[in-house]
Every structure is written in C-alpha cells, then in structure tokens.
Design a protein around this ligand. Structure first.
Ligand SMILES: NC(=O)c1ccc[n+]([C@@H]2O[C@H](COP(=O)([O-])OP(=O)(O)OC[C@H]3O[C@@H](n4cnc5c(N)ncnc54)[C@H](OP(=O)(O)O)[C@@H]3O)[C@@H](O)[C@H]2O)c1
Length: 394
C-alpha cells in the first residue's frame, strides 16, 4: 500500500494526478490518499474527495472553512482551512506528495513534506525559484527525495546518468502562443490570447509565463538549483512541437534526451511509480506521423524575460526570490486586465532594480533563512504592486 497526498488537487497538474492514480488503482495498485488541498474551488475539491477518498481535505482560505465543510459533507473526510492546515496537509504521513499549488503559496506546504523526508513530486517550480538553496539543503538534510515533474526537468532527471560528466543542459521551450506574432500583436495581447497555449493545457499563471517566456526563465533557475549547474551550463532552445523535453550533453559528445507526447500524465506517472514504471494510457508518440521536429534559437529581443531570469540567477538566490514574487504580482495584474502584456517583464525588471536601489537588504546573495526569503518576497511584491499601479494609471 502506497500513501500519497496532493497539494493543489483542483489545478491542472492536480487533476492529471487524480487521473493517473485512478488509472493505476484500476490496474490493482493499492494507493491510499492521505490529504488533498485546494485554493478555493470547492466543487472540484468535493469531486476529488469522492474519487480519491482522502482522510484530510484543505481549502486555502480560512474563511471558507464552513463552506468547505458543507461542500464535503457526507464524504467522510476531515476538513481544514487556512495556512496552517495547508502545511498540515504536507506534514501528514504519506510516502509521496505531489506539490502542485501554483506560486510561492506552495512553498511552506511543500517544505512540510520535505522536512519529514517524504518523496516529493515537484511540479511547483516557484518553490525552488523562491528559496532554491534553502529548499535543496533541507531536502538533503531530511533525506527527502525530489522528483521533478516539470516535463523538462523530469526529462533531464531521466537521462542524467553521469552528473559529473555533463558539459551542458538544454531546456526545450515551445515558444508559447506568440512565437511567430508581431510586436504589435503581442503588445495588444489579451489574457485569453496569452492563455491559449498551442501544446499544453495548463493553469492561467503558467500559461501567461509561457507566453512571456518567463516560464522558461523560471525553469532555467529551477534546473540550476535542482541539478547544481550554473547558468552558463544551461541553454534554452525553442522546439514548437514539444516532443523532446530537454537534452543532457556529455563531455564525450553524447547527447541524451527524453521524448514523449506533450501530456503531463507522463512525468506525473513517472514520479508516482519511480524507480519503477507503469502502463499509463497517455497518447503514444508517432514520429512518422509528426514527420519532423524543429528547433530554433529563442528571440530574446521579443521575449526579454529569459535574459532577466538569467541575470537574476547570476546575481544571487535572493534576486530569484524577488523575481518570482514580482512576476506573480505582474501576471495577476495582467490577468485582471490592469496592465498590458509587455508590462509584465518591465514590472519584474523594475522591481528588481527598486530592491537593489533601496540598499536595505541586498538581493545579490543567498538567503540564510526562510524569514529572509519571506521579507524579500514581500518587498518585491510591494515594489511590483507600486509599479503596476503607476503603469495602470498611465
Ligand atoms: N499545468 C502544467 O502543465 C504544469 C507543467 C509544469 C509545471 N507546472 C507547475 O505546477 C504548478 C501548478 O500548475 P497548474 O497549471 O496545475 O496550476 P493551476 O491549474 O492554476 O492550479 C493551481 C493549484 O493551486 C491552488 N492554489 C491557488 N492559489 C493557492 C493558494 N494561495 N494557496 C493554496 N492553493 C492555491 C489552486 O486551487 P483552486 O483551483 O482551488 O483555486 C489549484 O489547486 C505551477 O507551479 C506550475 O508552474 C504546471
């Protein structure tokens, strides 16, 4: 019997995880569910509870406790609400935890799982971008096994046979919905256009990040912390078909890659069954039908976010904390229709400059504590809100 918990069960990755669990249970696998969490979507949370029968279900907003109890009545599940209940969901005993809350909100619940030495399937990249060195140190100290679920990092994990003999990594990027769009089209992009990803069905925040290419920058930072390689050893290449999920180049000239249809159930199933594998009914790759796979260099003039992320990574880990926080605020402002698409990256850059300029706490260094991470995260959010406010008013 395997026990699992799903942080962010109502989201895109969370729902794909539910599907994989149901399919494996259908084949006779014994998978018990300890805890599931939601942001605020009570109907999807109730549906997940009906299907998975967890012991504990949590909603993020403490004020929703009563509504959550009502929505989950009769499902024989203990109900919690608020930040401490989210952390409890990560802390409760389970062998495996899917970390699929979006944004820095996922950090503390995921850390609760890391601190008890769980196997953590990491979809939430913001945990690492926000607190990379502390997160990795804690995983090593408590013996937590991190299994990357982001398809690119999952691909690297699968073919990273000789970490000491790596020459470089190459992350593949789909290029997003605006890869071939003109500057004018991009400047006028609406939230729905930015969320219409050509290959992946994802939550709205990561969809906007994919459109700005910030997602690839966040993934560059994630890969650096996760696998321990500097920015100079990590390349990005645009691959619109999203079939090759990344490359590892070795010192002897060999290049290893993992391929598969763009379907998150593949890396999720890999993480759930690791170190084994299981039969999962994901779309099979048919290269003859596809005919060709194409690659091109990213256009950093059109999509500056990648460069901004690379520079932040070089500056220091608190710079990536600030970058991720400012980006969350900017994406939310864009999705709410308060700023334009091209303002997102500008807000991130200006927030980093504002934090560097105030001199109070340098961000060009690694954090020494989670309190320091929280302080820089808050300062970056404040700066980003100020800048977004002035852009919205202009
Ligand atoms: N989707 C993908 O294909 C994909 C691929 C690779 C990596 N990732 C990463 O995986 C993470 C999740 O992505 P997603 O696409 O699944 O996002 P999503 O569909 O937006 O789902 C996000 C999940 O987080 C919950 N949530 C939102 N705000 C919260 C808060 N303040 N506190 C607690 N829970 C909160 C949501 O709950 P409600 O829905 O109930 O509000 C939902 O369960 C992201 O970090 C993303 O970068 C996603």
């Amino acid at each position: 019997m395997r026990t699992v918990s799903i942080l962010g069960v109502t989201g895109s990755v969370g729902q794909s995880t539910v599907q994989v669990i149901e399919e494996l249970r259908g084949q006779g696998a014994e998978i018990a569910v300890e805890a599931v969490t939601a942001g605020g979507n009570l109907s999807v949370l109730a549906d997940a509870c009906r299907r998975l029968q967890p012991k504990f279900a949590v909603v993020a907003d403490a004020a929703q406790l009563g509504a959550a109890r009502e929505a989950l009545a009769g499902l024989n599940v203990e109900v919690g609400a608020g930040p401490s209940a989210l952390e409890e969901a990560g802390a409760r005993p389970s062998d495996w935890v899917m970390s699929a809350i979006v944004g820095a909100a996922g950090l503390h619940p995921t850390m609760a799982a890391v601190r008890r030495g769980a196997t953590v399937a990491l979809a939430n990249k913001e945990c690492l971008v926000c607190a990379g060195p502390l997160f990795i140190e804690a995983a090593a100290k408590h013996g937590a096994q991190l299994l990357p679920v982001d398809s690119e990092h999952n691909a690297i994990f699968q073919v990273l046979t000789h970490p000491a003999r790596v020459e470089k990594l190459t992350l593949t990027a789909s290029g997003g919905p605006f890869r071939t769009s003109s500057h004018e089209t991009i400047a006028a992009a609406t939230p729905d256009e930015a969320c219409a990803h050509p290959r992946w069905r994802m939550g709205r925040k990561i969809s906007v990040d994919s459109a700005t290419l910030m997602n690839k920058g966040l993934e560059l930072i994630e890969a650096s912390y996760l696998f321990g390689f500097p920015s100079e050893m990590i390349d990005v290449i645009v691959h619109p078909e999203s079939v090759v999920h990344s490359f590892v180049h070795y010192v002897d000239g060999s290049v290893l890659a993992q391929l598969g249809s763009p379907d998150m159930r593949i890396p999720i199933a890999f993480a759930l069954t690791w170190p084994d594998r299981a039969q999962v009914s994901t779309p099979r790759l048919d290269l003859a039908t596809l005919g060709s796979l194409t690659f091109e260099a990213p256009d950093t003039a059109k999509f500056p976010a990648l460069k901004v992320c690379r520079e932040a990574l070089k500056r220091g880990a608190l710079a990536t904390t600030a970058l991720s926080a400012a980006n969350e605020v900017a994406v939310e402002a864009f999705l709410d229709g308060r700023i334009r698409f091209l303002d997102i990256c500008r807000i991130v850059e200006d927030s980093l400059s504002a934090l560097e300029g105030n001199g109070a706490a340098s961000i060009a260094k690694s954090p020494t504590s989670f309190d320091e991470v929280a302080a820089v995260d808050q300062a970056a959010r404040d700066a980003a809100r100020r800048i977004a406010g002035s852009l919205a008013a202009a």
